[in-house]
Design a protein around this ligand. Structure first.
Ligand SMILES: N[C@@H](CCC(=O)N[C@@H](CS)C(=O)NCC(=O)O)C(=O)O
Length: 216
């Protein structure tokens, strides 16, 4: 089994954290050829996005599908709770992450450089993102992991994106994302201590440093 991966991708990091957490025997490899747009990679994953799992011939794109498959395939340690109700609670976070939290953040990536940024778009997307962070603050469990006492797929989804939020927002002069959000602050401190998360985020940090210092 192999995961097509780029360390800087928050979506790929979602799936790497699950692999690390489960100690699953999955090779982590870069996309072939020249990268995401290469014909070699498009032949494997026509969507052209990362991550993508090659489950011994079954091609599974989409990070959350990959994570659910890994959960089914390698149930120990489990990252979804037992009851349908608790599973729905966890999946609310993963859907919220993919559909609502990531998009405004992603829209800001193109405006990182102050010289070429569109201030109107930045203001709009920052407002949307701050609203999503308020919603997340209201959703998070108190004093534990995202959905309660246990570490779950919810934490795997949120941690890489909050890494970007924490590291990027100051560069836009935005309100610090943890300020006035005590649950998010407590969760962020706790989740970073989890060895699988620590490893995934360290890889992201290294890739971010390489990208920002590229060519020097
Ligand atoms: N919904 C997808 C999103 C994946 C995604 O957008 N990945 C980014 C990297 S973080 C990517 O491949 N971008 C290249 C592109 O969109 O062309 C998932 O959950 O896997």
């Amino acid at each position: 089994m192999k995961l097509y991966n780029m360390n800087l991708s928050n979506f790929a990091t979602k799936s790497r954290i699950v692999i690390y957490e489960k100690g699953a025997n999955v090779a982590i490899v870069p996309p072939p050829g020249t990268g995401l747009k290469s014909p070699e990679y498009r032949a494997i994953n026509p969507l052209g996005k990362i991550p993508c799992l090659d489950a011994d011939g079954l091609i599974i794109p989409e990070s959350e599908l990959i994570n659910e498959y890994l959960e089914d395939k390698f149930p120990d340690p489990h990252l979804l709770p037992a009851s349908p109700e608790d599973r729905a609670r966890v999946r609310l976070f993963t859907r919220f992450h993919d559909l609502y939290l990531d998009p405004p953040l992603r829209a800001l990536f193109a405006h990182l450089n102050p010289k070429s940024r569109d201030d109107k778009v930045v203001t709009e997307k920052l407002t949307e993102l701050q609203g999503r962070l308020d919603q997340l603050e209201a959703m998070l469990a108190e004093g534990g992991y995202a959905a309660g006492a246990d570490f779950t797929l919810a934490d795997c989804a949120l941690a890489p994106t909050i890494f970007f939020v924490v590291n990027m927002l100051p560069g836009f002069g935005a309100k610090p994302p943890l300020e006035g959000r005590p649950r998010l602050t407590a969760w962020w401190a706790k989740v970073q201590e989890r060895p699988s998360v620590k490893k995934g985020l360290a890889e992201m940090a290294e890739a971010l440093k390489a990208m920002l210092g590229g060519g020097r």
